[in-house]
Design a protein around this ligand. Structure first.
Ligand code: ADP
Length: 372
């Protein structure tokens, strides 16, 4: 089988096992040129090792219906939050879900899924994930560290090795998974290149090895500029984009939950919440049940929805800044279950509906399950 170009290869890559690998004009300046021209990828031993890797990955991933990568251009835009809460919501609808934390240097999934103090067990069939609930297994480097807060300072090859181990050795259970949600680090780094390459090798029957990617951005240009690079990465690596999620899009909360301060723009202004609430209660009580709404990160230009249409990919909707979403992640619980009336709950459920619609799962009779 002709070898697919590595995701970090130049345009027009002839393939690492081609006879002109490393020598073609397209190879100039490619990070793989030296390895390709020295035959690193095309020696009989390299080809046999590659074939074994491919079949190990194929076996390990064969009983996972859909693999969804969650990407963002920047850190702090809510990628891990969205990965975790989508996984929680799918699992509470009865799907069998895995949540794989590929943010090797900054893993936050175990905390957000409420499974910080657990370790993985090694069984004969591989690493057993840690279960947040009976339908949701979690795998993260955090479970392999002696101290949860230890700094992981690893270079690319070591990270790649661990990613392959996660894919090959995690035993997601007898029935396999309906969805594997993969939280990746921000940007397009070694971890992205590795996972896409492993998935493309293991699942060549699909358009891309991953079933698709959800791309998370906040509304302002600083975040969107980096997200365009993610969208270009998906295009180059043939990972279908399931859609763009606009996160932290405005803040909505009940007026009665707001803190009032005395004085102008002074952070240290004296708290006068009680007094303000009493005045409102007396003079205009109807206001207390109203929501307040403000744009913390105002949308730039065409905004994330316009960017999605420019790239011809779906727009999955906007999630407001919602203190209860943060709280659910701090407590390690399912946001849509515990805070079903909170402003971000309906938009998050809508995103999950659209994901299920895009990637349906056959039930035991071969019929597609309907979103509940
Ligand atoms: P990333 O994975 O992109 O680095 P995180 O998911 O860790 O970002 O989010 C950063 C912080 O912002 C977390 O504390 C998270 O709970 C919070 N957060 C993310 N999205 C929202 C939101 N819509 N409303 C409130 N808090 C949010």
């Amino acid at each position: 089988m002709a070898e697919a170009p590595p995701p970090n290869a130049n345009e027009g890559c002839v393939g690492p096992t081609s006879s002109s690998a490393g020598k073609s004009s397209a190879c100039a300046g490619c990070p793989n040129q030296a390895a390709c021209s020295s035959g690193t990828f095309s020696s009989p031993a390299a080809l046999a090792a590659k074939e074994k890797e491919r079949s190990d990955l194929q076996n390990a991933l064969s009983n996972i219906s859909h693999i969804v990568l969650v990407l963002s251009g920047k850190g702090g835009v809510g990628k891990s939050t969205i990965s975790t809460q989508i996984a929680q919501a799918l699992s509470s609808r009865g799907y069998s879900v895995g949540l794989l934390d590929l943010d090797i240097c900054g893993p936050s999934i175990p905390r957000m899924a409420g499974v910080t103090s657990r370790t993985v067990h090694q069984s004969q069939s591989g690493w057993e994930p840690v279960y947040a609930n009976p339908n949701l297994g979690v795998m993260s480097i955090s479970f392999l560290l002696e101290e949860a807060d230890a700094a992981v300072v690893w270079r690319g090859p070591r990270k790649n090795g661990l990613i392959k181990q996660f894919l090959v050795e995690t035993d997601w259970g007898v029935g396999g998974l309906d969805y594997l949600i993969v939280d990746t680090p921000p940007g397009t780094s070694d971890e992205h290149i590795s996972i896409v390459q492993y998935l493309n090798d293991a699942r060549p029957m699909m358009d891309g090895g991953a079933s698709g990617a959800i791309v998370v951005t906040t509304p302002e240009e600083v975040s969107m500029a980096d997200v365009r690079k993610e969208l270009n990465f998906c295009k180059k690596t043939k990972v279908p984009v399931l859609g763009v999620v606009e996160n932290m899009s405005g803040l909505q909360m009940k007026l009665s939950d707001v803190q009032f301060l005395k004085g102008g723009l002074d952070w240290n202004g004296e708290d006068c919440t009680q007094q303000a609430l009493e005045i409102l209660k007396e003079k205009c009580p109807e206001v207390l049940s109203m929501m307040i709404c403000t744009d913390i990160f105002p949308s730039s230009g065409v905004g994330p929805s316009g960017m999605a249409s420019q790239y011809n990919v779906p727009y999955l909707g906007k999630l407001p800044l919602d203190p209860n979403l943060l709280k659910a992640c701090e407590e390690g619980v399912s946001f849509v279950e515990k805070f079903s009336g909170s402003p971000a709950a309906k938009p998050l459920n809508d995103i999950v509906d659209r994901l299920i619609l895009a990637l349906p799962v056959d039930d035991d009779d071969g019929e597609e399950d309907m979103a509940s």
